[in-house]
Design a protein around this ligand. Structure first.
Ligand SMILES: [Zn+2]
Length: 259
């Protein structure tokens, strides 16, 4: 590197929904999407690209005593499927007015959990599937419920019977354990550090408590059919703060069904 140009390296592909692990010289400040990004002591950090991330994004680095530097990256734009889901309970497509306050409260709890910017560094682990089974829904799909367009689907759905154990896809700390949310049913959010979190929804049972630390592979919950669903499955979502990222990009192909 020429003097005055600081090292900036990324692991991962620049595409919508990606989680990228970055590396800078220790002590370098990093900003992305208007946020100062937490950088570990050894210069490692993580960022996430949302479903509709722009074609060009900018990472700003700043070494003490030098001018900030802008680094441009091209983001591969993905094409998302359209998925029609028929037969979900009508009240979960058009919630009754008397449920709106509840829905608002629940989504505020989830939003608050996903804002946590902890010093944990579990995001450096290799992630594993939290269960094995047929994938019945993927990240990004435009969803129609009972024929009505709704927000895109942000998780990966794995269909297994109610009661199937879900394990932690990486280590982390439980940020939220909530038995029955209106849309997402039994909802568990786990912090993997630096703003990266996993959410597990439609659970029938949560086996961990808020504040508890979990290790990769620990049982954390059981599959259910709670909230806006047609049948039992796990919906695993991931966020980098408010950017919804694609969990499937962090794990390898689905292993053969373990019986
Ligand atoms: Zn789902």
């Amino acid at each position: 590197m020429a003097s005055g140009v600081e090292a900036l390296e990324f692991q991962g592909e620049w595409q919508q929904g990606a989680v990228l692990r970055g590396q800078v010289e220790p002590g370098t400040k990093v900003s992305f999407l208007g946020r100062q990004v937490r950088v570990a002591e050894d210069g490692v950090f993580v960022i996430g690209l949302g479903r509709d991330a722009a074609k060009q994004v900018t990472v700003i680095t700043e070494v003490k005593g030098q001018e900030p530097q802008e680094h441009q990256f091209s983001v591969k734009q993905r094409e998302y499927r359209i998925q029609r889901v028929e037969g979900v309970p009508a009240k979960t497509v058009n919630p009754p007015a008397d449920q709106l306050a509840r829905i608002r409260k629940e989504s505020a709890l989830a939003r608050k959990a996903r804002k946590v910017d902890s010093t944990r560094q579990d995001f450096r682990e290799q992630f594993e599937w939290p269960l094995t089974g047929p994938i019945t829904g993927v990240y990004g799909s435009q969803r129609y419920y009972n024929g009505e367009p709704r927000r895109p689907h942000f998780g990966v759905d794995v269909a297994r019977p109610t009661g199937t154990v879900v394990v932690a896809p990486a280590s982390g700390k439980v940020l939220l354990a909530y038995d029955d949310m209106f849309f997402s049913g039994g909802t568990l959010i786990v912090d993997h550090g630096h703003g990266l979190s996993s959410s597990f929804i439609h659970l029938s049972k949560i086996l961990v408590e808020e504040g508890q630390e979990v290790k990769l592979g620990d049982p954390i919950a059981e599959v259910g059919a709670t909230g806006r669903v047609t049948g039992p499955h796990l919906d695993w979502r991931m966020n980098w703060f408010n950017q919804r990222v694609d969990p499937q990009l962090l794990v390898g192909p689905m292993p053969k069904l373990a019986e």
